[in-house]
Design a protein around this ligand. Structure first.
Ligand code: AHR
Length: 499
């Protein structure tokens, strides 16, 4: 059996994890809202039409922030369509997804929903068809206490207290020609700067996210990021990046998607740091990786025919293999916790999502639900930098890649160390975990996501086919180290109580 050694020293702290890296995203797209979170005639709906079964599952994911309302949808959205009495709201064509938008959920209802699931809104302003003035008015509607047109309208619409939305995205994927009113980097930089000024004048406490590149595949990457930041560096807090993964070569390259994500993060940061140097600025910019996931884009089906409300769009059925890839990507986000301060799994319900619902029926946890839930629950604290000695696995795209992805997260308060390990190898690997700098450490849990069939999915009829199991035995203590076997193609969480 192949062997590995992982050394985890308590003193080798890398970064404190910002909980906002466990964020997610809900867009007015497909069945994310309509028959996803909102389905008034569903037997489990509450008085506002929100599905209680979905609320329960979202709560399990422990998500601190949800980006809303888009996505590509954002760039043609009039936010005022979604406020006031529902019966007066217009039904419109959504040109981003060629769907019909009934506007039965808007910013007020979404804020209510986020409170039900113990999360917060990460709002986005339309910088496609929208203007900087409209962006400022939305901030005023949401965050101004009262006594003005927009804040009093919010009160009239049933929300006396301000929504208090802190984080705001300045548009969405404005570098992409698929975007409604796509802009050049110069034009976006200028428009976003004016929007940022107005938004901060309305509420100086907001944090702003500039639209960075929609992926490393963009021919404009990383020049787009450099140019826009020359305008925006002093006015924003985060640069956004987006990236979706799918197999386009051998399976091992897909498993190693984390290599690409790490490269993308480092390159986007290099562009940001270049601008910092050029401006002689002391300010550090952080990344908001506010769309990431696995998305089989080559399968197509981005638009519905004919126009309808809540069409089935990009409802991936995630496999065990996808869950392992998701685990690897989560490791990379944590390994970059010093600079990635926000991240959003895109999306949350039905549309490329960990939660899948049946119209009028059940809701299930897809395979990717599990690694995300574990890292969101147990990955808060301080990321430690381990030394890893393990074999490599071969990939067509990236050459030899270490077979184990390992991220230890220390929770000082709870006196616990959670070690997340992805084994990308086909075979089990005998692994020695050496913990240094602790007076005492005891393994208390070892959960595994693995199985014989990497193509296995969870469905409405078989919702628990892929799920976490407990290892047969906890790591075996030998002198100052622990010995365990990590199954082939497996995602693992090993917890130690530590003093
Ligand atoms: O999440 C689906 C879409 O992917 C979003 O609308 C867009 O921002 C991205 O291209």
């Amino acid at each position: 059996m192949a062997e590995a050694r992982i050394i985890i020293d308590r003193d080798y702290e890398k970064a404190t994890v910002n909980p906002l890296v466990f964020g997610s995203f809900i867009e007015h797209m497909g069945r994310a809202i309509y028959t996803g979170i909102y389905e008034p005639d569903h037997p489990e709906s509450d008085e506002q039409g929100f599905r209680k079964d979905v609320i329960q599952l979202v709560k399990e994911l422990n998500i601190p922030i949800v980006r809303y309302p888009g996505g590509n949808f954002l760039s043609g959205y009039r936010w005022t369509d979604g406020i006031g009495p529902r019966e007066n709201r217009p039904t419109r064509l959504d040109l981003a997804w060629k769907s019909v938008e009934p506007n039965q959920v808007g910013i007020d209802e979404f804020v209510d929903w986020t409170r039900k699931v113990n999360t917060k809104v990460m709002a986005a302003v339309n910088l496609g068809t929208g203007t900087p003035q409209q962006a400022g008015e939305l901030v005023e509607y949401c965050n101004h206490p009262g006594g003005t047109h927009w804040s009093d309208l919010r009160k009239k619409n049933g929300h006396k207290e301000p929504h208090g939305i802190k984080v705001w995205c300045l548009g969405n994927e404005m570098d992409g020609d698929w975007q409604i009113c796509h802009l050049s980097a110069e034009d976006y930089g200028k428009k976003a700067l004016e929007a940022a000024k107005i938004m901060r004048w309305v509420d100086p406490s907001v944090e702003l996210v500039a639209c960075g590149s929609s992926g490393p595949h963009m021919s404009t990457f990383p020049e787009w990021d450099r140019v826009i930041l020359e305008y925006l560096y002093d006015s924003v807090d985060y640069l956004s990046v987006h990236r979706y993964y799918e197999p386009d070569d051998d399976m091992n390259s897909f498993l190693a998607s984390f290599v690409d994500m790490d490269y993308f993060i480092k390159t986007a940061l290099a562009a940001a740091d270049y601008v910092r140097a050029k401006k002689r600025s002391k300010k550090t910019l952080y990344l908001s990786f506010d769309e990431w996931n696995i998305w089989y884009q080559k399968r197509g089906i981005f638009h519905s025919e004919p126009w309808k409300i809540g069409p089935e769009l990009i409802e991936e059925r995630y496999t065990l293999l996808d869950a392992l890839v998701c685990g690897g990507l989560l490791c990379t986000l944590l390994q970059n916790a010093d600079r990635v301060r926000i991240a959003c799994l895109a999306q949350l319900v039905n549309v490329i999502a960990p939660i899948l619902t049946e119209r009028g029926g059940k809701a299930v946890r897809q395979t990717i639900f599990y690694p995300f839930q574990q890292v969101s629950k147990y990955g808060r604290g301080t990321v430690l930098e381990p030394r890893i000695f393990c074999p490599e696995f071969n990939t067509n795209k990236y050459g030899g890649v270490p077979q184990l992805q390992v991220v230890p997260v220390l929770d000082h308060e709870k006196k616990s160390l959670n070690v997340f390990v992805l084994n990308c190898g086909e075979s089990p690997i005998s692994t020695e975990l050496i913990l240094r700098g602790y007076k005492k450490s005891n393994p208390t849990e070892h959960e595994i996501l693995a199985g014989d069939d990497l193509g296995a999915i969870n469905s409405i009829d078989n919702p628990n086919r892929v799920r976490l199991t407990n290892a047969e035995a906890l790591p075996d203590a030998r002198a100052d180290s622990f010995q365990t076997v990590l199954p082939g193609y497996s995602w693992n969480r090993i917890r130690f109580s530590t003093i």
